[in-house]
Design a protein around this ligand. Sequence first.
Ligand SMILES: NC(=O)c1ccc[n+]([C@@H]2O[C@H](COP(=O)([O-])OP(=O)(O)OC[C@H]3O[C@@H](n4cnc5c(N)ncnc54)[C@H](O)[C@@H]3O)[C@@H](O)[C@H]2O)c1
Length: 391
Amino acid sequence: MELSDVAVIGAGAMGAGIAQVAATAGHRVSLVDSVDGAAAAAVDRLGSSLERLVTQGRLTPDEADAAQARLTAARSVDELPACGLVIEAVPEDLSLKRKVFADLGATQPATTMLATNTSSIDIAAIAEAVIHPERVIGLHFFNPPPAMALVEVVHGANTSGRVLDAAVELMRTWGKTPVRCASTPGFIVNRVARPFYGEAQRMVEGGVADAATIDWILREKGGFPMGPLELTDFIGQDVNLAVGTSVWEQTGHDERYAPTEFQRRLVAAGRLGRKSGEGVYTYAADGARVGGDPDLDLAERLVGGPVATDPLARTLAMLVNEAVDLVDRGDASEEDVDLAMVLGVRYPRGPIEWGREIGFDVVAGQITELDRAFPGGRYRPSPALTNGSLR
Ligand SMILES: NC(=O)c1ccc[n+]([C@@H]2O[C@H](COP(=O)([O-])OP(=O)(O)OC[C@H]3O[C@@H](n4cnc5c(N)ncnc54)[C@H](O)[C@@H]3O)[C@@H](O)[C@H]2O)c1
């Protein structure tokens, strides 16, 4: 069967990677960028990226050549053929995205599926710019798109069930693992992960332990690939703060997502993490971390103690609470939440499965205890922990 043409708007980090995935899956792909020569340069770079896949034995030379031949550069949306799917990956700015969607609505057939790779903007707000908003959907790829299996398929208030099913099916044929999610602030991964960072920052601020000890506990006792504080240094404190602030603002400044003074101070001081040589930790010119040894005696004393000073139990309780709340609101299924956290941020286990093992009633008790220790609304047990909706 002839696969439909695909277009990708925005030839930056995400757009170029998504174009590679679509071309490798057999589609003719037009890559569009508003900066002169940017799309053509990205198509050239994709040639090297496809060659690397050949060297790694993941594509045959013929497959790489065929994928490369399917990629073309375009300067504007007006030059595109009629496509089955267009994926927008321009910068995270609602008015910019609306303009792109208005142009696509005016130039593409009414049946074209229009997708956005937004990480944080409400899908319905983008779809407003288009006639037939029921064909607008979020396809939230993770960075880098060719390597990351997870795609959050995000349905807005107007997205039709038919478009949602078709998008999920298409992502499967592209070799991705799609999860379904309503257009809720942070979608699945960026929402559920918030307390992973926030609790660690609050524990350092509150003097529970130093950063290295907290990171060590989450890594060595929890099985997370990186501790929360070293991970935010890796991501960039400014980038992580921006995601957290966006979720906080979109939830009407819910205390549960309030950014910490600890992180705000780091960003204000230009301590952005690895990229600036200093963040929570200090880095040498070659990128190696300087100092920051964990206090292993302290770690052993904290784990298994009261929840407010047990970095692992406190973090897990809040992750489980956030995950079950998403399911309770009907935004995503249990299976999809667990899959998204394992594939998107490499958690060692899905938080809901983890919560079931700890005991949802135990988690509810821990959060109530945290609320008593730190009143103010951040620590609220989800009704799903106690109402029996998740067994
Ligand atoms: N970088 C990530 O880790 C990541 C992960 C998931 C989702 N996203 C989302 O993907 C989108 C793109 O992010 P990115 O990191 O690839 O950005 P980027 O800045 O690397 O690339 C954006 C590209 O869009 C081009 N562009 C700007 N306006 C345009 C227009 N009107 N028409 C065509 N091209 C235009 C720019 O020239 C640039 O090449 C954002 O919505 C972002 O939130 C990013």
